[in-house]
Ligand binder design. Sequence first.
Ligand code: PRP
Ligand code: MN
Ligand code: MG
Length: 177
Amino acid sequence: SVTVHDKTFELFISDEQIQSKIAELGQRLSADFASKKPLLIGVLNGSFMFASDLMKSINIDAEITFIKVSSYSGMQSQGKTKELIGLNEAIEGREVVVVEDIVDTGITMEGIVNELNKMGAASVEVASLLVKPDCLQRDVTVKYTGFEIPEKFVVGYGLDYDGLGRNLKDIYQLKQE
Ligand code: PRP
Ligand code: MN
Ligand code: MG
C-alpha cells in the first residue's frame, strides 16, 4: 500500500494490467481510424500518462494535442465544467478522440464533447482508462474504455489526490478505514 497526503491506498490495477489494456485499446483505435489521421486530445493533467502510452500503442498516422479542464478539488467532483484551454488546432472536419484518465460524473467529458461538436468535428469519440458507471450523471458514451470501476477514490498513473500520487506506475484505491 501507499500513503498519499493523509490517506492510505491499496494496489488496485497493476502496471501490467494497465499496459496490456492499453495495447488492446491501441489496436482497436488503429483499426477504427486507419487512414483517418485522428486527432487525440488529452485532457490535462490526469491523462498525460495514459495519453502518452496510448499514443505509443497506435500504429497509424495520428496527431496529439492537449487541453486543460479542471473540476476536482480534493475528493469531490465540483460539478462545474470550465472552458477548453489551449486548443489551437482546427477541429472542423477532424476525427477527434478525447483521451481521459477517468470519467466519473461525466460532467467534464460532456462539456468537452459538446464544445468539440460545436467546433465542427467530423466525429468525437472518447477513450478513458477508467469509467465509474455508478457515478455517471451525464449521457456520455465512452467507446474506448479501459476499466469500469466502482465508486471508490483512486490515485496513480496520472490520477491525483490533491496534486500528489500521479507518478505511481500502478493505480491504487482508497483503503476503507
Ligand atoms: C479529473 C479527471 C477528469 C475529471 C473527471 O480531473 O482527470 O478530467 O476529473 O470528473 P467528472 O467526470 O466528474 O467530470 P481533475 O478535475 O481532477 O483535474 P486533473 O486532471 O488536473 O487532476
Ligand atoms: Mn482531469
Ligand atoms: Mg484530479
